[in-house]
Design a protein around this ligand. Structure first.
Ligand code: KIV
Ligand code: ZN
Length: 520
């Protein structure tokens, strides 16, 4: 049996389904580029039938033809399958992934379908997908809670219908390693044609066992692991890519398996995904957490100085973590800046680099040391702030304890008009948001306001992520600044600008239906 494990990344599909993790098409493309540099085998770029926005972003990623196989998810119906085909066909290597639930609870309450009926629609969908592409994956959703003989029957029928990969999801994160290993053993023993396909595993982390369960599955014959960067995904998330890959690499002698992942890209890719989604990894997160390679206890530090392997089972360099976090200052030149940006996993065009470099110089005048977190925050700012129609020229706020705060904003429109507005509110953020709403005409409902320090020290930039609602849809905005009220205001303006651009596009194309939030 082949010893190579294929890595199927679903950050842009299952990961994006996590609350608060939706991404714009531009952000998805940037993550897809990083995934290709990480050398994943397959990128599940989205669920094209979910919305026109999802379709467009899967298509943009496929058309960029980045190297990995580009896959799209479809339910077992012709419309979904044809949409996936239309979206992914631009990539040299593309895949259609069809799924239907098979467990008793899903059959009875969700699908209201008998066992035979489910096999019938799965077989029909796989056959249709096989007419369109060579590479077809099938998933029996909630497989881990499906009766084993029936699961074997479904898998066998899927293979006969032409599936080239069969994926076994632990959809609700219910299984445990010993049980899951037995499930895979059962399938390899009871499904005659199982060697004709690549057996895959897809685990959720509800009981914190997604990585352990995925590793149990590969011990029993699975050769594809479905996972996400930082383990983001529905509810408690999915199997974390960086953890499962480093487990296979660090314990290669035990598993006798390998992946083709360029592990030195793990840390930059993790940082990219956390700054885009606003989902920050805990400090003690395995592999990519801030403390993953930090040694505090004196006895450990002593051991480390003698020989790093006393307390370190992996080298930080192997996951792309550079020991020196202190990077740049006001004397750093454009070349050093660009190099660090690349090391952090960003691919910027000439225009973006110029904008980011100018912002860096401005920041370096305000604070002495510019850290990786600051650079990431600059790049995120440049992204959001570069497209109008409104630009924040100045902001000043006044607060007095026990009294309402006042904010004065000066905004410039892309047509050159300058508008000043003053508003008051319970606090400086509320006052600034009200002033912005009055100028832009976009009234948002603020759902959350999260503040995260982009780097260290008293002069660190505050990175603000806001979640807001507008017209029944949710939006996320983010910005960073040494002044947190300004960061919040910029995040708010970024969302307002996106809504205004979307509204303009909709009215220009005469569309009246709402466009999904993912498309703006
Ligand atoms: O968790 C799950 O079952 C899924 C399938 C669509 C593969 O995400
Ligand atoms: Zn899933």
């Amino acid at each position: 049996m082949d010893n190579r494990i294929r890595i199927f990344d679903t950050t842009l599909r299952d990961g994006e389904q996590a609350p608060g993790c939706s991404m714009t098409p531009g952000e998805k493309l940037r993550i897809a580029q990083a995934l290709s540099e990480l050398n994943v085998d397959i990128i599940e770029a989205g669920f094209p039938a979910a919305s026109p926005g999802d379709f467009e972003s899967v298509k943009a990623i496929a058309d960029a033809n980045l190297g990995p196989t580009i896959c799209g998810l479809a339910r077992c119906n012709p419309e979904d399958i044809e949409k996936v085909h239309a979206a992914v066909k631009g990539a040299d290597n593309h895949r259609i992934h069809v799924f239907v639930a098979t467990s008793e609870i899903h059959r009875e309450y969700k699908l209201k379908m008998a066992k035979e009926e489910i096999i019938k629609i799965a077989v029909g969908a796989i056959r249709l997908a096989c007419e369109l592409v060579d590479d077809v994956e099938f998933s029996p959703e909630d497989a881990s809670r499906t009766e084993l003989p029936y699961l074997a029957e479904v898998v066998s029928a899927a293979i006969e219908a032409g599936a080239t990969t069969v994926n076994i999801p632990d959809t609700v994160g219910y299984t445990v390693p010993g049980e899951f290993e037995l499930l895979f053993q059962y399938l390899t023993e009871h499904v005659e044609n199982i060697d004709d396909i690549c057996l895959s595993v897809h685990c959720h982390d509800d009981l914190g066992m997604a990585v352990a369960n995925s590793l149990a599955a590969v011990r029993a014959g699975a050769r594809q692991i479905e996972c996400t960067i930082n383990g983001i995904g529905e509810r408690a998330g999915n199997c974390s890519l960086e953890e499962v890959v480093m487990a296979l690499k660090t314990r290669a002698e035990f598993f006798g398996l390998h992946t083709d992942i360029e592990t030195t890209r793990l840390y930059p890719t993790s940082r990219l995904v956390s700054s885009i989604t606003g989902m920050h990894t805990p400090r003690n997160k395995a592999i990519v957490g801030e403390n993953a390679f930090a040694h505090e206890a004196g006895i450990h530090q002593h051991g480390m100085l003698q020989n790093a392997s006393t307390y370190e089972i992996m080298r930080p360099e192997d996951v792309g973590l550079s020991r020196s976090n202190l990077v740049l200052g006001k004397h750093s030149g454009r070349h050093a800046f660009r190099k660090r940006v690349q090391e952090l996993g960003f691919t910027l065009g000439e225009l973006e680099t110029n904008r980011a470099f100018q912002a860096f110089k401005k920041l370096a005048d305000q604070k002495k040391d510019v850290y990786d977190g600051d650079i990431e925050a600059i790049i995120m700012n440049v992204d959001g702030a570069s497209a109008g129609p409104w630009f924040l020229k100045s902001l000043s706020v006044q607060t007095n304890s026990g009294q309402p705060a006042t904010a004065m904003v000066m905004l410039v429109n892309e047509d050159g008009t300058e508008v000043n507005e003053t508003a008051s509110g319970d606090g400086p953020v509320a006052a600034a948001f009200t002033a912005l709403e009055t100028v832009t005409g976009v009234a948002l409902t603020l759902k959350s306001f999260e503040l995260h320090s982009a780097s260290m020290g008293e002069d660190a930039q505050g990175e603000v992520t806001i979640a807001v609602e507008y017209g029944g849809s949710s939006y996320r905005g983010r910005a960073a600044n040494v002044d947190i009220v300004e960061a919040g205001s910029r995040a708010c303006l970024e969302v307002m600008n996106r809504i205004l651009r979307r509204n303009k596009r909709t009215s220009e194309s005469g569309q009246t239906t709402a466009v999904s939030r993912a498309s703006i």
